[in-house]
Structure formats: C-alpha cells, structure tokens
Design a protein around this ligand. Sequence first.
Ligand code: NAI
Length: 350
Amino acid sequence: MHAQAAAQEHTITLIPGDGIGPEITRVVVRILEATGVKFCWEECLAGAEAFERYQEYIPSDLYLSIERNRVALKGPVTTPIGGGFASINVILRKHFELYANFRPIQNLPGLPTHYPGVDLLIIRENTEGEYVGIEHEVVPGVVESIKIITEKASTRISEFAFNYARKHGRKKIHAVHKANIMKMSDGLFLRCARAVAKKYPDVLYGEHLVDNTCMQLVTNPYQYDMLLLENLYGDIISDLCAAFVGGLGLVPGANLGADCAIFEAVHGSAPDIAGTNVANPTALLQSAVLMLRHIDEADAADRVHRAIETVYEAKQSLTRDVGGTAGTNEFGDAVIAALEHSPSAHNRLL
Ligand code: NAI
C-alpha cells in the first residue's frame, strides 16, 4: 500500500488592508479555504490601523512575515491625499524589489460590455518613475518632483515582458511613453525596450505616445496584446482598461520580483462603499487565482476560476457594481456553491 503524501500547507502573509479591504479579504479567504488547499495565514496590519496599534505604518512583523513566506495576499490600503504618510503599497513593492506589476484585463462571461472579448496584458514598471516620491518645495509656490528612470529597471521590466510573451505565446508588445516631451527619461525607457525587443524577433514590437494610447484604447482595444509601461502611465492606463471588462471590481494584479510576490487587486480601498457589504471581491479573488498558480496549485486555480465564471454566467449573485443586487458575502457564498460542483482534476480522473 502506498502512503498518500500529505497535501502541502502554504504559509501566506495576509494583509487585509483597510476600507473595503477586510470585507473582501474575508470572503476571498473563505473561498480559498473551500478549495481544500491547506493554508496557514499570517495576518498583518498595514497603514493607518497599524500606526494606531504599533506606531508604525508597516510594522516589522509584516516585513519579517513576507521575508519568510515570499508570498502575500493583500487588500487595498488607503494613502492620504496631498500629505500624510507615503503609500504602503509603493514602499512594499520597492522594499521587496517587486519590479513587475502584472495586470491581465479579460472579460468575464455574462457581463454586458461595450468591449467583448478583450484580452490585454498590462506590464507596469513597479519601482521607480514619479513614484520614488522625491519632492521638495524650491521656494514658496514652486515644487520640484523628481522622476527617476534607470537603465537597469527599464531593461529588467522589458525583459520580463518579452520573456512572458515568448513563454505564453503572446504576439505583440507596445511600449507606452511620452518621449517627445520627456526626452531623456522616457527616451531611456524606450531605448532599453528597443534593445530588449531586438533579442525577441518572434514578438512584434511597437511604440505609442501615452496620450494617443488612451484614444486608441477607447477606439479599438483589440489592436493591443501587451502594454509595457512606466509606473505612472501603468497605474493610469490600468484603471482605463478596467472599464473595458466591467470596472475596478474585476481586475486582478500581481507584484512580482525574482523570488517574492504580493497579489492584490488593481483597485483601492473604496472608502465610499466601505463597510456596506456591496464591494465586489472578484478582483481580489482573481488575484488569489494568480497566487494559486504561483504556489503551484493550478488545479485549485482552475476550479476557482471556473466557479467565478459560473456565478457570472448565472447572473444571480452579482454585486451592485456589475448590475446585481447581491452583497459581498452572498457573492462569496455563490462562488463556494459553484466550487462544490466543480470537482478537482484529481476527482475527475476517478
Ligand atoms: P478606488 O479604486 O478605491 O475606487 C474608485 C471607484 O471604484 C470608487 O467609486 C469605488 O467605490 C469603486 N470600487 C473600487 N473597488 C471596488 C470593488 N471591489 N467593488 C465595487 N466598487 C469598487 O480608488 P480611489 O477612490 O481613487 O482611492 C481610494 C484609496 O485607495 C486612496 O487612498 C488610494 O491611495 C488607495 N489605493 C490603494 C491601492 C492599493 O492598496 N493597492 C490602489 C489604488 C488606490
């Protein structure tokens, strides 16, 4: 008799975040637990709530937990506007060298949209550009904000994009820039992208100015396959593209480094709807699907993805942002019910 190998337990750092973060994270954890994959969650606070409790916006326990586990699932964290503490998201991405922000934009079945059949992949540089946050007042009434673009980071993100395209059979990459105005910084980004593109003759390469890209996207998103962008342009264009597939409640993301990853939705903490059980957990759930693939739980990833599709096709348990009347928790219940009818690959073989 063969002893059956015990399923591996995955220790994951869990950052519920604030605003709608805790409510969507709770639902997503419940769904992940229902897959049968074994998790040990190390829950950590970040942002204003962490400061209240520990007088630190990113407590040392959070850094240590990610250092140990190398994988985190993160809810959104509020960043004060026009002052206050620096973005926790930006600090974590920089600290753990999570240089590639990976944001797939794909329609879900059953959702009416002006743009059916979108399949677009956004690759955003995640560590520099305007997001280095170096600003100072030169004299009263004049502020200088520094944008850093380096050959190292621009080449690294270009390599990531082209390598991904080759591995996954994507056909075309457009670098998005404003090198007509920012001739040196965006010029360097483009030179690096072009140099990498030369090494991948099997992947088509194009360039568009960022303002033109916005118009082109709204007119015909199908002309693009993958977009390669600096940090700020990637942030803005991601939200624009989210509208193609039903809004911010749907689009997942992954912050990827050489040996560490944080999975989080594209959207923010949505303070306007926090605590009302109307937030859509799909974007975080889809980010968790990316996480399942990352930790080699492809079967569970497929099952959760199919369960999401089933719930969207049925249309009965959708949240308000996508035209439904269900609450955050009820959507989660429906996904779990659909999961139960979606046998694992192991069971399907029996
Ligand atoms: P937001 O993405 O939080 O919200 C924009 C709009 O989309 C709001 O009307 C909101 O209700 C809606 N929305 C977002 N997610 C939703 C969901 N899951 N279900 C249903 N509706 C949803 O952007 P906003 O308001 O500009 O930013 C709020 C805060 O979030 C800011 O402090 C910002 O810095 C922070 N933020 C954090 C991010 C992160 O932690 N990764 C990313 C983006 C913003």
